[in-house]
Design a protein around this ligand. Sequence first.
Ligand SMILES: C[S@@+](CC[C@H](N)C(=O)[O-])C[C@H]1O[C@@H](n2cnc3c(N)ncnc32)[C@H](O)[C@@H]1O
Length: 444
Amino acid sequence: MKITDTIKLECEDINHQGMGVGRYQGFLFFVPGLIIGDVAIVEIVELKKNYGFGKIKEILKISPYRIEPACPIYSECGGCSLLSLDYQEQLNLKVRMAEATFNRIGHLKLKVDAIIGMENPFRYRNKALFTFGRIKDEIVCGYYRQGTNEVIPLVDCKTTPHLSTEIALYIKDLANLYGLSVYDNTTDSGLLRQLMLRVNRDGEYMVAMITRDDEIPHCNEIVTELLERYHEIKTIQQIVNRKNSNALIDTEMRTLTGPGVLIDHLMGLSFIVSSQSFFQTNLYQTEKLYKKVIDYAKPQPTDIIVDAYCGVGTMTLIFAAYCRKAYGIEVMSEAISDARDNAKMNNIKNAEFFLGKAELEITKLDSPIDILIVDPPRKGCDQVLLNSIIKQNIKKIIYISCDVATLARDLAYLAPYYKIEGVTLVDMFPHSMHVETAVMMSRK
Ligand SMILES: C[S@@+](CC[C@H](N)C(=O)[O-])C[C@H]1O[C@@H](n2cnc3c(N)ncnc32)[C@H](O)[C@@H]1O
């Protein structure tokens, strides 16, 4: 067997990166775009000791789960790696993968109780981040071609509202009209880097242009033309990122027009959304997730709850209505400041926020905790926090996770002390491999 050979492969599974998996002569092959049940002729593109990668040459037998993908560039962009798999089958796959991961990493034989999917799994993202690029003499705007620095021109992205694509393409047209330059990371020069759009439930937009330098030529004309054409745009910002990396940290931000923030609504409360703070991107599914968390926690009016990793305080403030006192802990100072403003805006008096690491701040609370909610980033909970949970003898824990592997690790650590009462998956990002998990635990 060598690279460029073609082999016949039956797809048996999909891996955590969304690639089809098949076996040939004792080797595992990973093939983008292949789905369970397909039989295909595959060209070998990379070979390792006992596995390899391939690309589809011809599909000989089409899987009963294969559907027409809703986007013409999905195989190039890679953001929606499951788009050609029937939606119900996507949900079944996420359940199987979560159960297999609990078993493999945590040695836990857990059954997922349910997966909550979307009725209409499109147009769900309230935030989009596009990149500017250049093809010949034209500025283009879109997502990166998978694994490259090349930008694929945007066609209607089905995960965001149609208007987001329209606004992005109009800004790209203005950039061409006014002859702006595009950032090139090989020379670390050029102006336009990325474009961030946020939209709230009222359909109001925040536009943020991410640039390498301070000055945007024809800035006033661009702002005026955008506001005149799209009345939905309420605020426009510029984020200056001078680093040779796209990570939006240590940037300078200025508001070109409007209030610089949007107000959005979740479970009947209002929240301030700024361009750079963490705010849930699929609010339809977030509401379903939070309702499940309330259902698991069953908060009582006498309860004290702690929302570690609280972000801008969404769950802290929602839970405050059900219990005596709600505490939120968060490491980012901007998020804590937004959380305090959110409490004031909603006139919530029994919520308090602490700036710091959850693992340190939790030990400083003097009242016993009845319910603890943890919603950590992908790397999971710090072991110091897990030890503190065990020591403090907290009765109920709801663990929300966006990474099943680190969740499985942390559940295994808590398993001698906590009984796992329920596991629910919520499909936050249909057509991608991501899944959100809520686990209910009670002290043994
Ligand atoms: C997945 S987000 C959850 C946000 C929030 N629960 C929500 O639903 O909007 C994780 C949050 O944890 C914060 N964070 C990361 N490490 C932390 C730590 N050690 N202690 C407290 N917060 C932390 C991040 O800044 C981020 O806001």
